[in-house]
Write a protein that binds this ligand. Structure first.
Ligand SMILES: Cc1cc2nc3c(=O)[nH]c(=O)nc-3n(C[C@H](O)[C@H](O)[C@H](O)COP(=O)(O)O)c2cc1C
Length: 201
């Protein structure tokens, strides 16, 4: 049995959601728990397109075992028409075996996203990403307003989870408030997982 870890599972095309994932991982590691960064392959409209076994750069592709054995989950996707990217939905649609066995029941989870416009669907994306996790029986942890950055941010950041406003050219960096909220989610997930683990004994 490996040491407990929080899975930070994301899809990112241009790098913003990937950068948020690294900040969330930092927050997890600040608690002493391991953060496992994993991504999912893109999907295409070509009927038989197959991704290489290893991504050309960045995190490894997630396996079902990565998800099954995690102590908690941070799930991230860019906003696509107010919803999560098809690549992430495709991966989640392949998790029926975990649903049937209740593998994720009672584990904490949080969600994060990046958009190019400030009011272009961050909240709707975050809320829709929670739905499959609720079906899996996960315990959704948002962000409380005791996180000062939630009130101070001029960019992303919501009580439903961290978000990032990347701008029309996708060049706006993840700013200090957005980073603080990514880290806060990572810490919250890790601490919740540890507390739940101690109750279960
Ligand atoms: C097909 C498509 C749909 C998108 N829909 C939205 C949207 O509804 N609202 C928005 O603000 N940005 C939208 N975007 C922009 C991405 O959400 C934005 O560029 C995001 O920061 C990309 O994250 P990434 O760098 O992790 O790939 C869309 C982009 C694509 C390609």
């Amino acid at each position: 049995m490996s040491a407990p870890y929080i899975l930070v599972l994301y899809y990112s095309r241009h790098g913003a959601t990937a950068e948020m994932a690294r900040h969330i991982a930092r927050g997890i590691e600040m608690t002493g728990l391991e953060a496992r960064l994993r991504t999912v392959p893109g999907v295409s409209t070509e009927c038989e397109a197959v991704a290489p076994d290893l991504p050309t750069e960045g995190a490894l592709y997630a396996t079902l075992d990565d998800l099954k054995n995690c102590a908690g989950l941070a799930l991230g996707s860019p906003t696509r028409f107010g919803n999560m990217a098809a690549a992430m939905k495709y991966f989640l649609d392949g998790t029926s075996s975990l649903w049937l066995t209740g593998a994720l029941v009672g584990k904490p989870a949080g969600v994060f996203t990046s958009t190019s416009s400030l009011h272009g669907g961050q909240e709707s994306t975050l809320l829709s990403m929670m739905l499959p996790l609720l079906h899996h029986g996960m315990l959704i942890t948002g962000l409380p307003y005791s996180e000062g950055a939630l009130l101070e941010t001029q960019g992303g950041g919501t009580p439903y989870g961290p978000s990032h406003f990347a701008g029309a050219d996708n060049k706006r960096p993840v700013d200090e408030h957005e980073i603080a909220l990514c880290r806060a989610l990572g810490q919250r997930l890790a601490q919740t997982a540890q507390k739940l683990e101690s109750i279960r004994g």
